[in-house]
Ligand binder design. Structure first.
Ligand SMILES: [Zn+2]
Length: 137
């Protein structure tokens, strides 16, 4: 996808249909993540709701549940369904290539220089982190 490309819908009826589709996706993702959180809760709480340290098997299951949650969240964050900055779903979206993410037109215009510098800072951070931690060896 080309940097700065905006997907825009002018017709209010089509906007409503787009927004409703996005909402259906968001609600389904939210429902699935809520189920995962409930399962996580059961592994870390006793019947009175007090925290209990999970067993080694429980830790493994919690890690798998966390991975499962990210399998939902990661594609959602990179999708056009909601703005990666403000989270709104009912706006036209613009693609930002460096972050491989979609932002609403308002956030994109207001924060473009910040987005560019922010992602450059992250690249520098990871470059230094990999260099200092010896991760590349
Ligand atoms: Zn936004």
């Amino acid at each position: 996808m080309k940097n700065g490309r905006t997907i825009s819908i002018k017709d209010p009826k089509l906007q409503r249909i787009r927004n409703n589709f996005r909402l259906i996706i968001l609600e389904e993702c939210s429902r699935r993540k809520s189920e995962i959180r409930n399962q996580e809760y059961n592994f870390t709480r006793d019947k009175d709701g007090n925290y209990v340290k999970p067993s080694e098997e429980g830790v493994n299951i919690l890690q798998k549940l966390n991975d499962k949650s990210w399998e939902i969240e990661r594609p959602l964050r990179a999708s056009i369904v909601k703005c990666a900055l403000c989270g709104k779903h009912n706006r036209d979206m613009t693609y930002h290539q460096k972050s491989h993410s979609w932002y609403c037109v308002q956030c994109y215009k207001r924060r473009l220089s910040w987005l560019d510098s922010f992602h450059i800072k992250i690249l520098y951070y990871w470059a230094n982190h990999i260099k200092t931690s010896g991760f590349h060896n």
